[in-house]
Design a protein around this ligand. Sequence first.
Ligand code: C2O
Length: 344
Amino acid sequence: APIATPDLSKCEPADLPSNAIDRSNCCPPVATNIIDYTPSASSTLRVRPPAHAVDATYLAKFNKAIAAMKALPSTDPRSFIQQARVHCAYCDGGYNQVGFPNLDLQVHGSWLFLPFHRYYLYFFERILGSLINDPTFAIPFWNWDHPDGMKMPSIYTNTSSPLYDRRRDAAHQPPTVIDLNYDGSDDSTSDNALINANLTVMYQQIVRNASTPRLFLGQPYRAGDASPGGSGSLENVPHGPVHVWTGDRNQPNNEDMGTFYTAAKDPIFYAHHANVDRMWSVWKSRRSNPTAPEFTDTDWLNASFIFYDENKQAVRVRVKDCLDTKKLGYTYQNVDLPWLNSRP
Ligand code: C2O
């Protein structure tokens, strides 16, 4: 059977590292009624732009939207802190699997990773748009697969911006080039060599090591499984290394970005995941039948999650309804994919 929608009323304090720097409860407000999500054809697509290339008008809107989200009361499910806690609840044992009170629900490490995060960003983006009355507002993506985007996007590093987070690695501020295969130690490679190595990593993870849906999206994870079946290539690398590279090495658990329970407290999390999500679209577009579902297994298609939408309404979503971003009303600005030519 598919992993079922968690029961919000049974959310428990997360299992945090013993030296966690923030022990607040991650559970969202309990929903009184839950509606089922149905994709509705939207008239205008939201087009997500690369974060390093946005203009001043876009940035002003984005700052305003994030500031408005941060200004909401912390009990409001649309507030920035509640949005950040969604990640903690789903990733640090806040929920048990329905019907399996001894088993945690975990959205990493399996074929649920990409669909869960796609929906997470979808609602985050809709909330931002509604807070600034712009139904076409689209979140930016951190274009780390392109040389122009291989550093922390500067819009996030202005200390007086609502996009700033102080818990990031001080040695990885721009213009430091990111290492998409970062293992916790900086090597002394030249920028050019690092950029080329990054392009090779991209080719490996999106093409060479990703020849099947299981290899790319991850292994099955079904109701009653004690743990997720295994990560796909994209979740492993560069998804994981980008988290660790961004988090502050001087915090006990590499907070914020370097650990599940705080990762989404850094606004850059959503740009990082937008690029992860974009890589899913790119991988899918290269399949021989790009509109076919990645898995026909109903344990994947019918797996479900719950999120709050821009009207504070709890919505149950199913994996099968997120497989085409256009049906969710968004797409990505087209940019070059130089790594496609970086076959090692
Ligand atoms: Cu839910 Cu990037 O992790």
